[in-house]
Design a protein around this ligand. Structure first.
Ligand SMILES: [Zn+2]
Length: 201
């Protein structure tokens, strides 16, 4: 019999980091709907290898993988597979994580950010200095126009929508409930994110 799933609750505006063994799965859930989750994945044995959006776009020949396709590292090795998408299927992999400079430019210095959430979560696991990769922005709705413009639209998720990812390496997964409430990518009231960890075997 497989081990029990474990639920981790990420409060609105906050983040966390968890270890996953190769073969483990995680369901990333938007319990209230309309909330973006920034996801980062690092090789647990070598944090200098991590998920790379630009390498993944080449690998899957799309802006974002389809179910069954893999996210790869900058060494072009699969690190996560998009196993299932139980959401409207609208995600972004073009935009940088929000960070203190983004909020400074938005006249909101000191605002919570996905970058701070990532750094705090990784420091909590003993890694105070990490790269800030381009995230997998689950549920983020950034339509690309025919003239190549992008626009920042509200997440289309309904309460309970989720994406399931499978670890292809022993990895550290960091997830931030994006605290962006100045540009309208999240619902008016920022929501939490839940993680259901589903161990292999
Ligand atoms: Zn953010």
């Amino acid at each position: 019999m497989g081990r029990m799933a474990e639920r981790i609750h990420i409060p609105a505006r906050e983040g966390t980091a968890v270890r996953m063994a190769s073969g483990d799965r995680v369901r990333v859930i938007d319990p209230q709907g309309g909330q973006v989750a920034d996801v980062f994945a690092f090789n647990a044995d070598d944090l200098s290898e991590y998920h790379s959006a630009e390498h993944t776009r080449v690998s899957c020949e799309r802006l974002f993988p389809l179910p069954g396709q893999a996210f790869v590292t900058q060494r072009r090795r699969p690190i996560l597979t998009l196993e299932a998408d139980d959401s409207p299927g609208i995600h972004d992999m073009l935009c940088a994580a929000c960070d203190p400079d983004r909020y400074r430019l938005l006249d909101a210095p000191g605002h919570a950010s996905c970058r701070d959430n990532l750094e705090r979560a990784m420091a909590g696991l003993g890694f105070p200095h990490v790269e800030i990769p381009q995230p997998i922005n689950l549920f983020m709705h950034i339509p690309v126009g025919e003239d190549s413009t992008i626009s920042f639209q509200p997440a289309q998720t309904r309460p309970g929508d989720s994406v399931t990812l499978r670890a292809e390496l022993d990895l550290i997964l960091a997830v931030s409930a994006c605290p962006q409430d100045i540009v309208g990518i999240n619902a008016a009231q920022l929501g939490p994110i839940d993680l259901d960890l589903l161990p292999a075997g």
